[in-house]
Design a protein around this ligand. Structure first.
Ligand code: SAH
Length: 397
């Protein structure tokens, strides 16, 4: 029997159903478990706590599969979890059989497969594995996905550096069916997108901003919009569709901007009303300031600035910097849609940083709306780490 026991008093988080077991909480390891092996977990007093995947190289030494009975982690187990995740998505309006729909089918710990992200882009799936458990069980996970989703192909995007912490090599490639070389089509709230599953960021796209993009589109009418960190132009496309006067799309990624340009045409939107600029946003905003430009609406959707706890202060300075610059560029009554995807920075701190920026810019601003994660990126109540995305829709004086 492969099993681990926890130190005295270190079973509290497991009892509260938090899925991580840190190396320092482990008292004894029995049966010589290897990378990704399933272990039974016991408290110091020998109470059964659950089944977990063992990860010998990681600080997070094991991740719980289940807190219930002693189950085998096999095909039937993944069938149950994946069926449940698909059913829950269906009840929230995400249809697995819709050939143009794009949504997250499995969101890691929050859906019961720790370290595994499964995204659907039209007829294809893109999978990112970040932990030992799903890594060694991937063949069976892919089999279940092929059977339950009716997808045409599954592509692995196991190329994140986070894998190194788990002692895993990076890897990409088609693991089921066929995945085209060229970007694949999908639709989001009636806006057409092309997703580069093979080379795009993350699994190919930022599905988590779907609701925020729609909201931005609703308030863009007649406005001059600056879309910072635009990637393939999402917020800007919604703004154009919503009747924006002009949209300025800015990103450092040439390949993302190329897709952004194609998407303006694909959606039949007026190309004369969009400007695409390849630039560093920090520098671009300063240039706008020096030229005395203003905008009626600015979107700030930067990459993660806080990668680790000790980067919090530096990250907060980064958020303050861009928000201060952006707020100063807002025309009277201008709207700012500002976001942070740094899980280590909570909404309270983020709001405080943006409030500091507004104060420094001598502007009064009102919160019109707060953004979180959409219903296909649910947060397990036992796993607050699942909450990473937050945003504010603000209007200036
Ligand atoms: N808003 C996008 C997602 C943004 S993700 C959407 O709705 O799909 C963050 C983007 O920031 C990425 O496209 C990345 O290329 C870009 N980026 C990162 N650092 C940057 C910088 N300093 N200046 C400009 N763009 C940057």
């Amino acid at each position: 029997m492969k099993a681990i026991t926890l130190k005295a008093g270190r079973d509290k988080s497991a009892i509260r159903r938090h899925p991580w077991i840190f190396s320092g909480a482990i008292d004894e390891v029995m049966g010589d478990p290897q990378l990704g092996d399933t272990v039974e977990v016991y408290s110091y007093n020998s109470d059964f706590l659950g089944m977990a995947a063992y990860s010998p190289a990681s600080q997070i030494r094991a991740r719980f599969w289940t807190f219930k009975e002693k189950t085998e982690i096999n095909k039937a187990f993944f069938e149950r979890i994946i069926e449940d995740a698909i059913e829950k998505r269906a009840a929230r309006g995400f249809d697995i059989h819709d050939k143009l729909a794009a949504f997250r089918i499995v969101f890691s710990e929050n859906d019961g497969i720790p370290g595994c992200i499964i995204d659907k882009y039209g007829e294809y799936l893109s999978v990112e594995i970040l932990a030992a458990g799903p890594e060694v069980n991937r063949a069976v996970i892919y089999k279940v996905l092929a059977e339950k989703t009716g997808c045409k192909g599954i592509y692995e995007r196991c190329d994140s550096d986070v894998r190194k912490k788990e002692g895993l090599e990076t890897r990409t490639g088609t693991v089921f069916g066929e995945v085209p070389e060229e970007p694949v089509p999908m639709e989001e709230n009636g806006v057409k997108f092309l997703i580069d599953i093979r080379n795009g960021h993350k699994t190919g796209y930022y599905l988590d901003q779907r609701d925020a993009r729609r909201r931005v589109g609703e308030v863009a009418k007649g406005r001059n919009v600056l879309n910072c960190f635009c990637y393939t132009g999402g917020f800007g496309l919604y703004a154009l569709k919503g009747g924006a006067e002009h949209v300025y799309q800015v990103d450092v990624s040439k390949s993302a901007l190329k897709i952004a340009k194609d998407l303006v045409m694909l959606n039949g939107l007026p190309t004369a009303k969009v400007t695409h600029t390849e630039a560093d946003v920090f520098m671009y905003l300063r240039k706008c300031r020096d030229r005395g430009e203003t905008f009626d609406m600015i979107v700030l959707d930067p990459p993660k600035f806080v990668e680790a706890k000790d980067h919090l202060e530096k990250g907060a300075r980064g958020y303050k910097d861009i928000n201060l610059l952006a707020i100063k560029l807002l025309a009277p009554g201008g709207i700012l849609a500002t976001f942070s995807c740094s899980g280590l920075m909570g909404m309270d701190l983020f709001q405080k940083v943006v409030a500091d920026a507004a104060a420094d810019a001598h502007r009064d601003m009102q919160i019109i709306e707060r953004f979180g994660q959409p219903a296909d990126h649910p947060v397990s109540l036992a796993f607050p780490e699942g909450q990473y995305l937050k945003g504010l829709l603000l209007q200036a004086d």
